[in-house]
Structures are given as C-alpha cells and as structure tokens.
Design a protein around this ligand. Structure first.
Ligand code: BGC
Length: 431
C-alpha cells in the first residue's frame, strides 16, 4: 500500500532519484564543458612584454575556466602597429579572430566595414552603461550598439623614476620643466643616463604628447590634438613644446635605435637610467621585477601635467563569426572582461586601473590609487584628455602622420621646431 510504504524505502527512492539526477546533470555539464573546450576563441593582442604577458595569461586562464580553449594570436610590437597589420590581413581574407585588441576611433572604422558583432545582449543584461564612464562607453559602441568591451584605464602622462638614482643626486621628483632639466644635468654628471627611451616613433610620440600637455596644458592639448586646430598646431606653444621635447634628447643615450619600450623600462629598473616617460604599463615591468612603488621607484605626472590625465583604454572588439558556439564564447569573454574579479587581477598585473566604476582599490598600490584619484579630479575639471599617441582620438591615418613628423624631428637634428610644427599642421589634414 502506497501510503504505508516504509520510510526507509521512500528515503532510498528519493536518494536514488537524486543520485540519478546528479549523475545526469554531471554528465550534461561534462558534455557541455567538453563541447566548450573544443570551441576555440581566438584572441589577437600585442601583450608580449613580461608584465603584459602575465596580464594576458589572466584572461586566458579565466576563459579556460569557463570551458573554452584560448587560441593565442599574439603579435609582438609595443603600441600594436604590427598587430593591426596582422588583423587587416586576416579580416580581408574573411577569417577574423573572435576578438582583437582594438582601441578608440579604429573601432568605428571596423564598424564601418560591417564586420563587428553586437554584444548588446551582454552589455544590457549587465548594465554596462552604468558600469562605465560615458566617455569610455561611447568609444565601445558603433551606431549605439556595443561592439567592444574595455578592460582598463591606462594613464599615459607618467614619469617613472629610479628612487636610488634620484637620491644619489639629492634631488626631488621634478614638478616643473626647469626642475626636470636641472635634475637631468645632475644625473648626467653622476654618470647615470637621465632618460631612457627606445628609438621607435610611437615612443617618441608618446613622450612628446606628455611634454605638450605639460608645456601647454589641457586646453591647448585639446585644441591641437582633438580639434586639430591649424593655428594651434603650428603656433608658438607648439613650438615651445617641440623645443622642450628636443632638449630631452640631449639626456638620452646613443643606443636607442630599435629599442623596445620594456627594455627602456629595464634600464630604469636596474638604475642604468634614471627616468622614463611612459604609460603605466611600465609599472607591470616593475611589478614583475618585484620592485615596490614609492620605495624602489616613483611615479609622478610628467612635469607641468599634474592636474591633467591622458587616458588610454585597452579594449577588445568582437568580429562576426559563422559558428554559433564561438559566438557564445565571444559573449562569455565579453562578460568576463567587465567582471569585478577580472578587472582586479588583470589590472594589478597590467599597471592600469579598473575601467569598471565603483571597484574596491584596496589591493592596488599608491601609483594606481593616485591614478584613480587624478582620473576623477581631471574629469571634474575638464582636464581629462584622450591619448593621441595611443589611438584614442585621431584616425589611424592622422595618428600615423603625427608619428612620422615627431619621429623625424627627433632624429633629424637640423630640423627646426617651427618646421616640425608646420608639418604637424599638414599631417592633421591626412585622410
Ligand atoms: C597599450 C598597452 C600596451 C602598450 C605597450 C599601449 O598602446 O594600450 O596595453 O601595454 O601599448 O605595448
């Protein structure tokens, strides 16, 4: 009689049912994971230096924890020019990677080609509009639809200093250009290379960008590099910035041709050189070398640019693919990128700060916390500016033309600052 079924057997029946259910679910999960693991998500990036590679590894691990296979498409070359060339070849061949590290206006150019995938469903369900500052979410959208996901905020206008080198010459971190050159003189006399730089045009462009911001201020910077105002590009403030930039060259070494940025950072880490103008991906290298911010090395804004913040946001754009399983993987990746856990671990390694607002920064060091505070303050005071040397504002064509002008001016000692300024104004007209 059903109602008088012994308690034990009812219990056993329930246990059996539960076990069967659990086994079934496990089998289903295993099958799902196995299917996902067969699904390769190919990601193009250019993070190949010590700190960068460690950061890329975080993403790979997290994606694999979700059961996908990470297919690494790493193209070496700081600032990504080589990676962008590789990307074009693949897209033209009709075989794009699932995701690629693309930034700023280039996202719009790829959008115009009709090859990007909308990830609006992920962005809407996770409320990205609320999680991201509007200046940044607007860059991630093509015609109002999210097609890319940001991972961080890098500050570009930093000066990295070896603390011992500075102590040796009894100097303080320079706040003005006068201080900077005085300290550089002392370092040179002490036999330390004052400024480490690599002879690649993007490194020269980045250094010049920080000098221009420090010499001219945020309004000048915006007029010149965001609005591309002709009079400002060839005007007296630009000439002064170019002269200051060229003066820095006299404090650099002869071996810079072809040197990668992380090799230059390495010179500051070992004390061979004292200072480097570089975005805070440089901090990733100090971290890998077990150096401590505020103790072994110092981070200060470039002279004169204390109140401003040049931002550079890394992001991944997603390409349309044929396989729906890969598309699922792309959306999983998009969701991971903005997750609090990824934002924390990735940015601790990368040297940047989380792009997701409202994150707890207690695990971050003094440089990162200063970066976060200066970002908000610059936002309030209208001194938050996009980095033109790192793809955040001008079209790739204009940016490339600027690189050439600045690179040639740095190399050619016979070119005057006014000539270079005139060339910048012309370069701004590049289509
Ligand atoms: C990127 C960084 C990268 C750096 C050097 C910048 O343009 O935003 O993520 O670390 O270049 O490669």
């Amino acid at each position: 009689m059903k109602s008088q079924q012994p308690t034990l057997s009812r219990h056993r029946a329930r246990t059996l049912r539960k076990t069967a259910y659990a086994l079934g679910a496990a089998a289903l999960l295993a099958a799902g994971a196995a299917r996902a693991a067969e699904v390769q998500v190919e990601v193009l990036h250019y993070w190949t230096s010590g700190g960068e590679a460690k950061s890329a590894q975080v993403l790979k691990q997290m994606l694999e924890q979700k059961g996908y296979t990470w297919k690494d498409f790493a193209v070496a070359g700081g600032a990504g020019a080589n990676a962008m060339t590789a990307l074009k070849t693949r897209v033209i061949a009709g075989n794009p990677p699932a995701a690629a590290q693309i930034k700023g206006p280039a996202i719009q150019e790829w959008g115009d080609e009709g090859v990007l995938l909308s990830i609006d469903d992920v962005a809407k369900s996770e409320d990205w509009d609320k999680l991201l500052p509007t200046q940044i979410s607007s860059i991630m959208k093509y015609k109002g639809h999210y097609v890319a996901a940001p991972v961080n905020v890098h500050r570009v206008n930093w000066l990295w200093i070896n603390a011992d080198a500075l102590k040796q010459v009894h100097a303080q971190p320079p706040a003005s250009w006068d201080d900077f050159f005085k300290t550089a003189d002392l370092l040179q006399k002490a036999g330390i290379i004052p400024v480490a730089i690599g002879g690649q045009s993007w490194q020269q462009a980045e250094t010049f960008e920080t000098v221009a911001l420090g010499v001219g201020g945020a309004d000048f910077y915006k007029k010149a590099f965001v609005q591309l105002d002709q009079a400002t590009l060839k005007g007296p403030t630009m000439v002064k910035a170019l002269e200051t930039f060229k003066k820095i060259k006299t404090y650099t070494d002869k071996g810079q041709t072809g040197r990668d940025w992380n090799m230059a950072t390495g010179m500051v880490i070992t004390g061979k050189a004292a200072m480097q103008f570089m975005g805070d991906w440089a901090k990733g290298e100090f971290t890998v070398a077990n150096k401590v911010a505020g103790q072994d090395y110092l981070c200060v804004p470039g002279p004169g640019s204390q109140n401003a913040f040049t931002f550079n946001v890394d992001s991944f754009a997603f390409f349309k693919v044929k396989d729906p399983a890969v598309e699922k993987g792309q959306k999983t990746l998009a969701s991971l990128l903005l997750s609090p856990q990824f934002q924390e671990v990735f940015n601790l390694n990368k040297g940047s700060i989380p792009v997701r607002q409202g994150m707890d920064l207690s695990k971050f060091d003094a440089c990162a916390r200063k970066s976060a505070a200066d970002f908000s303050s610059a936002q309030t005071h209208g001194t938050l500016v996009p980095s033109w040397a790192h793809d955040m504002v001008d079209t790739p064509a204009v940016e490339g033309a600027f690189y050439d002008v600045i690179g040639n001016y740095w190399t050619d000692d016979s070119e005057t600052a006014q000539d270079a300024a005139n060339k910048l104004a012309n370069a701004a007209k590049t289509n």
